[in-house]
Design a protein around this ligand. Structure first.
Ligand code: NAD
Length: 258
């Protein structure tokens, strides 16, 4: 039976790849995120073309708790339930702490951490009532280790792992699992955008940032593919993963093994 899958921040990058993976299984999807109306329309058409999936877009801004609650309510009203919640929306800002704009700190904590609390707060009662559910939080290798100049991002991603474990314990007896995926570098717009800033902060060329900073962190020297994260999310959402809860799973080319 088709599940209802909500993926925050799914008009681009990893979220879009996760939505595509679930659409491929015939699940109904609520996508979310920013984009031009024509681009969002094309994404919906594309997702619906891969299977019998029904797809809607909800424009909730992940800095706005009331809009986030409406995202979950809309998903439940449209498709009858929320079976899988993927907290994926995230942004980055690269700057040393003393120059880090206060509003950027607040925005990153809101989108990369607090929005997951708000989606979960709204979705958990629905999952508990059904005695089933899957919550998948897209953390990062930066949930486990730090890099300089990414204070807000690293703080938020470490926080997501704490939230994941807490929710897993609260929901363990309700058939609901809560896990985090910790990707290494994936070449999405989020990473492409930070290359010039990292170059500036470190006094390097953009090419040096790719080879000496980004891929240096990953022993495989290869970017993770967004589709590979989609496959991992499918596993965590499956019946076979019912004893996997409160866990973080790294998919980082060996980054955090070092
Ligand atoms: P991306 O920039 O390609 O996509 C981000 C998505 O979030 C977009 O759909 C965007 O519209 C949406 N978004 C941004 N602000 C929003 C807001 N206020 N409200 C609603 N939606 C909003 O980024 P990505 O690389 O695909 O990142 C997705 C997630 O994966 C993030 O949580 C990121 O931290 C995490 N991650 C990325 C990498 C990487 O290397 N790309 C590595 C580890 C973890």
């Amino acid at each position: 039976m088709a599940r209802t899958v909500v993926v925050t921040g799914s008009t681009s990058g990893i979220g879009l790849a996760i939505a595509t993976a679930f659409a491929g299984k015939g699940d109904n999807i609520v996508i979310n995120g920013f984009g031009k109306p024509e681009d969002i329309k094309a994404i919906i058409e594309n997702l619906e073309s891969v299977s019998k999936a029904k797809v809607i877009h909800h424009p909730a801004d992940m800095t706005k708790p009331a809009e986030i609650a409406d995202l979950i309510e809309t998903a439940a009203r449209t498709f009858g339930s929320v079976d899988v919640l993927v907290n994926n929306a995230g942004i980055q800002h690269v700057e040393k702490i003393e120059d880090f704009p206060i509003e950027k700190w607040d925005q990153i904590i809101a989108i990369n951490l607090s929005s997951s609390f708000h989606t979960m707060r709204a979705a958990i009662p629905l999952m508990k009532a059904k005695k089933q559910g899957r919550i998948i939080n897209i953390a990062s290798a930066h949930g486990l280790v730090a890099s300089p100049f990414k204070s807000a991002y690293v703080a938020a991603k470490h926080g997501i792992l704490g939230l994941t474990k807490t929710a897993a314990l609260e929901l363990a007896e309700f058939g609901v699992t809560v896990n985090a995926i910790c990707p290494g570098y994936v070449l999405t717009p989020l990473v492409e955008k930070q290359i010039p800033d990292t170059a500036k902060a470190r006094g390097m060329t953009e090419e040096q940032v790719k080879t000496e900073v980004i891929l240096k962190a990953q022993p495989t020297r290869e970017f993770v593919k967004a589709e590979e994260i989609g496959t991992l999310a499918l596993y965590l959402a499956g019946e076979e993963a019912r004893q996997v809860t409160g866990a973080h799973i790294s998919i980082d080319g060996g980054w955090t093994a070092a």
